[in-house]
Design a protein around this ligand. Sequence first.
Ligand SMILES: Nc1nc2c(ncn2[C@@H]2O[C@H](COP(=O)(O)OP(=O)(O)O)[C@@H](O)[C@H]2O)c(=O)[nH]1
Ligand SMILES: [Mg+2]
Length: 262
Amino acid sequence: MKIGFAPAGSDDSLAGSQAHLQLSQAQRELTVKVVYYGPGLSGKTTNLQMIHKKLQPEVRGRLLTVETRDDRTLFFDLLPVFFNTAGGYRVKVKLFTVPGQIIHNATRRVVLQGADAVAFIADSQRSATEDNNTYWKDLHEDMLENGLDPLEIPVVIQFNKRDLPDTKSEAEIEETRRRGKEPVISAVAIRGEGVLETLFAVLQLAYHQLDARSQLSKHIDLDERTFLTQIFSHVDLAGTDLEQKMNFDSPDVFKRSVGERK
Ligand SMILES: Nc1nc2c(ncn2[C@@H]2O[C@H](COP(=O)(O)OP(=O)(O)O)[C@@H](O)[C@H]2O)c(=O)[nH]1
Ligand SMILES: [Mg+2]
C-alpha cells in the first residue's frame, strides 16, 4: 500500500533537510504527525475513538477506521485535528494507528513514516507482556527503517486495560517509569481514562521535537502553550487531570483562537 506523505523537501520548507518536517511556508501549513503504535488489540483504535468523541466537531475531521469482522483493525486509523494560528498558519495534527495484528507487516512500517512522536499503547495484562516487548523492539527497528532516530523521536508509553484482572501491578509500572525516559500513563481506554492525558503528553513532546528541529516559536510564532491550548480548548476535559493543568482563564489564550476549519 502506498500512502502519500508529501515530503517537505521543497524549496519553501523551512529547515527542510529532514524529510519528516512538514512545514510549508508557501502553503502556510504545518503538519504534525503522531502515531499510535503497539501490539494488536492493545487499544489503539479505542484511544482514537475516545479522542474523536471528546473533540468538538469544528476542529476534528472524520475518524477513518477500517475493521474486519473479528473486530481487529485491518488498516490504519486516521484522525485529523485542525486549527489556525494567529499568524495565519493552518496546523494539522494527524493521529494515525498502525495495524497491529500482522507481524512484520509492511503497512505498519509505512504508517510510522514521518512520525513526529509516538504513543506506544501497551496491554497491561501479564499475558501480553511478550507481545508488548516484541512490538517495543519492532518500534525501534521500524523507526530505523524509516530513517527516524529512536533517540530523537519522542515516545509516550500508555499501559492500557488497567481494569482487567491479572495485569501488571502499579509497582511494576512505576518501575518502568523510573527506568526509562518516556512518560508512562495508566489507562482504561474503553472508559476514556488516561486517553486525553496520553494525547496531551505525546503532543507536548511532538511540539518539543518540532520546535527543536524548526524553531516553530520563531518561524511561525507558535509557542507550546498556544499549540496545546488551541487543541485542548476544543476537547471535553471533564473528569481528567488536564482540567486543572490547562488554564483557559487567561483571555489571551482565546484571542489566538480561531478554531475553524478551512
Ligand atoms: N477491558 C478493556 N478492554 C479494552 C480497553 N481498551 C480497549 N479494549 C478492548 O480491546 C479490544 C481491542 O481494542 P482496539 O482498540 O481495537 O485495539 P487495537 O488493535 O490496538 O486497535 C476491543 O475489544 C476493545 O474494546 C480497556 O481499557 N479495557
Ligand atoms: Mg486498531
